[in-house]
Design a protein. Structure first.
Length: 232
């Protein structure tokens, strides 16, 4: 009996989450860093959900027929490329229909001629304060996405200045200080919805040093689970 049961066990393993990880642009490492980050996330999330990353710079995959092949979309871009109507419609339609979206770092500066993109993300980032040690703190310490993190922690990164803030965004992490000529602390991590789609937004992660910080990996993996509907 036991050998038969053992043979059946693989049939009950959950299917891996298929992630389209779109990267590319200027000012950042979009070659080695995404592979290193994906590997760290696979290891971190192995006990919660198996995950497969398809890492590419091909923006043509934003078309509806391509996005339908994936369970989650991650964007880590830094470019002002003009997207086609099919790409725009594909992205908006997929997220409206329930495709989870995780947006990282310079993505919030991208596609400035397309206002709906920033409504999708929840904000627009025109620039950042000086790169260096950056203190952030929990804006909602009881939220499951951040509950396993220290209330405050430090990264060496770029404090993003966040404009056009969607009133519906739920801020999870903010800067510990207010920057010059700004009215309040900057939201750096938030969640929101876009019709049926869950959007997890995280602005830091400039380089591998930041991306491999244990707090960054903890936060991003929890954010992915939230976007997938596997976190509260």
């Amino acid at each position: 009996m036991w050998p038969a049961v053992a043979l059946l066990l693989p049939l009950f393993q959950p299917a891996p989450v298929r992630v389209l990880f779109l990267v590319g642009g200027d000012y950042h490492d979009y070659d080695e860093a995404p592979r290193v980050l994906a590997d760290a996330l696979r290891k971190k999330m192995a006990g919660a959900v198996p995950i497969e990353f398809h890492i590419t710079k091909d923006l043509h995959l934003l078309r509806a027929e391509e996005l339908s092949k994936f369970d989650l979309l991650m964007l880590n871009l830094c470019q002002q490329t003009e997207l086609s109507d099919r790409q725009k419609e594909g992205l908006l339609g997929a997220v409206r229909g329930g495709l989870p979206l995780v947006a990282l770092h310079c993505t919030f500066w991208c596609f400035q001629s397309w206002p709906e993109f920033h409504r999708l993300l929840g904000a627009f980032v025109p620039g950042h304060a000086r790169f260096g040690p950056m203190c952030v703190e929990a804006a909602d310490a009881s939220n499951p996405v951040v509950s396993r993190l220290p209330f405050t922690f430090e990264l060496t990164d770029e404090p993003y200045l966040v404009d056009r803030r969607d009133p519906s965004m739920h801020v999870l992490i903010r800067t510990c200080k207010t920057y010059e000529k700004r009215d309040s602390a900057e939201p750096e991590v938030w969640t929101k919805t876009y019709s049926k789609g869950r959007v997890f937004a995280m602005t830091f992660g400039h380089d591998q040093r930041s991306q491999q910080d244990p707090n960054y990996i903890e936060l991003l993996s929890s954010g992915i689970l939230w976007a997938l509907g596997r976190g509260k």
